[in-house]
Write a protein that binds this ligand. Sequence first.
Ligand code: ZN
Length: 188
Amino acid sequence: MDQAEVQGLVLALLREVGEDPAREGLEQTPARVAQSLRFLTSGYDEDPARLLRGALFSSDVDEMVVLKNVEFYSLCEHHLLPFYGQCHIAYIPDGQIVGLSKLGRVVDAFSRRLQVQERLTAEIAEAVREAVRPKGVGVVMEAHHLCMMMRGVEKQTSRAVTSNMLGRFRQDARTRGEFLELIRQDRA
Ligand code: ZN
């Protein structure tokens, strides 16, 4: 990403919305926006599958592993406004397990891109399936979308929920039910 180019675009944008980019409060804004945008899209530079493959351990655990309430922040690709919430990931190992912190990093790697929640959910599930080769993967994401909350529709309390179930989570209603029950507990 060419930072100078982005700064120029932000400067033009400030003028277009009727602002004076030279006034004190806005002087540093193009540079700040460029920098923050670089961070918010840094997921493009990450290789989530490689992240996971670097943290695999042999294990004979065959019970469901669940990581709940992983906070995430992303940008909707339609409005470039944030959507944010929590991600829950579960898998059933098949000979290997993966470091839990790496699952969190995979969520960040896919969140820090321009996204729609449905694709984000599917990409996380697919990355775990590909790298860990488990008996099944389930991902549920719940998010507030600022493009809905701040603009015309103003549905401030609505929450979008997406899920992606692979392998045993898709085939076996009991496995899926167990996962959904585990993430339902302690939820408001
Ligand atoms: Zn949007």
